[in-house]
Ligand binder design. Structure first.
Ligand code: PGA
Length: 248
């Protein structure tokens, strides 16, 4: 397996009980894999993992009087190493703004976590063409990474970007969500922005959006694609192992 590629499993709000979570974690534990699980499952899943790193799916930007929120410090105590920030489902369903995502990202990096920042254009933007999609993704990066230059100077290797075109997430059709060529084009563009605006050399940029056993190879064999953020397929051990094995 290519040591540099990373697969992040995003279980979202699954499975439905702790016993299933523990069983699934055991079944998909693998090196170069991060398993991002719902908060309540973190401690039990951590105990199962021998090779994977533990991930969370969100965090809040501060400790203190914030009812219901979970801080970077809380996650560190639970042995979390990676945290997903700015997932499109949160942007859409919880109205997370770029300002909020920027605060969360900085909190994650300051707190010593590795942040997986999700960016990607919705269908309405993509319909207008690839140029518009790039403009949209650039704006997300510029907003989400605002005032992080100093922080990134020290912690650039702790920032991972996941390009997830919103229209390609959870298609559940088993078909190719985006062509690898177009995904590579956008990932190259993201790397250019990261370099020109934030002086980040060799960033890890993953592709996400209905990556599965059938289409994984097409994405993961591309040298520009540094890995994948996998939702639905990470709940199915056989399927997920095929995704991991697609890394050459
Ligand atoms: P999906 O989810 O693989 O089920 O499309 C990916 C994601 O939302 O991170």
């Amino acid at each position: 397996m290519n040591q540099k590629k990373l697969i992040v499993a995003n279980w979202k709000s699954n499975p439905n009980d702790l016993a299933s979570a523990v069983k699934l974690a055991k079944a998909i534990d693998h090196k170069n894999v991060v398993i991002a699980v719902p908060f309540p499952f973190l401690p039990a899943v951590y105990k199962q993992l021998k090779k994977s790193a533990l991930g969370a799916q969100d965090l809040f930007w501060a400790d203190g009087p914030y009812t219901g929120e979970v801080s970077a410090q809380d996650l560190k105590i639970l042995k979390v190493k990676y945290v997903i920030v700015g997932h499109s489902e949160r942007r859409k369903n919880l109205k997370e703004t770029d300002e909020m995502i920027n605060l969360k990202l900085k909190a994650a990096l300051r707190g010593g976590l590795r942040a997986v920042l999700c960016v990607g254009e919705p269908a309405t933007v993509r319909k207008k063409g690839i140029k518009e999609a790039k403009k949209f993704v650039k704006q997300q990066l510029v907003n989400d990474l605002k005032s992080t230059n100093k922080l990134l100077k020290l912690k650039a290797n702790k920032l991972i970007i996941a390009y997830e075109p919103v229209w390609a997430i959870s298609t559940g059709k088993g078909s190719e969500p985006d062509t690898p060529e177009e995904a590579v084009g956008m990932i190259k563009f993201i790397k250019e922005i990261l370099y020109s605006k934030f002086h980040i050399l060799n960033p890890k940029v993953l592709y996400g959006g209905s990556v599965n056993a059938k289409n994984a190879k097409g994405f993961l064999r591309e040298k520009e694609v540094d890995g994948a953020l996998v939702g639905g397929a990470s709940l199915l051990p056989l399927e997920f192992h095929k995704v991991i094995n697609a890394i050459i």
